[in-house]
Structure formats: structure tokens, C-alpha cells
Design a protein around this ligand. Structure first.
Ligand code: SF4
Length: 71
């Protein structure tokens, strides 16, 4: 089952952690602010099962809750 993930770039402090944990899903703009690697314009994306563990880890590590994950 895929889970919906949202990002809140306004909260992001460009710490660089999320793409370390989930490089398939997260990337950064020129200022280091989070965006979705596959869909840079989107602020939400369904995460396929294979990437969920990595995204959960990124979600836990984000210091400012700029990554939201639907249960
Ligand atoms: S972990 Fe959070 S604060 Fe750090 S780059 Fe990713 S979204 Fe931004």
C-alpha cells in the first residue's frame, strides 16, 4: 500500500538529511530546500511500498517536521 507524503518547503532548513535517507524520493533545489526528486513541482506524492522504510526514516530525522507522512 502506498502512503501519502507531503513536504512543507517553507519549514525546511536545508539540513540535507532527508535525501541521505531516501535519495529516490527527496532532492533539493539550488538553495538546498527539499523537493520531490521525481516531481519537483509537487508538494505531495504517494510513496511506493519499496521506498516507505526510507521515507519513514527521513520523516523521523527531519528536525523541523517539513516532511509529513499520512498513516
Ligand atoms: S530533513 Fe527536513 S529540514 Fe532537512 S533538508 Fe530534509 S526537509 Fe529540509
Amino acid at each position: 500500500m502506498s502512503r501519502l507524503c507531503k513536504i512543507v518547503p517553507e519549514r525546511c532548513i536545508a539540513c540535507g538529511l532527508c535525501a541521505l535517507y531516501a535519495p529516490e524520493i527527496f532532492d533539493y533545489d539550488d538553495n538546498g530546500i527539499v523537493l520531490f526528486a521525481q516531481e519537483p513541482e509537487a508538494n505531495q506524492q504517494f510513496i511506493p511500498a519499496k521506498d516507505q522504510e526510507a521515507v519513514i526514516e527521513a520523516y523521523k530525522q527531519c528536525p523541523v517536521r517539513a516532511i509529513l507522512l499520512e498513516k
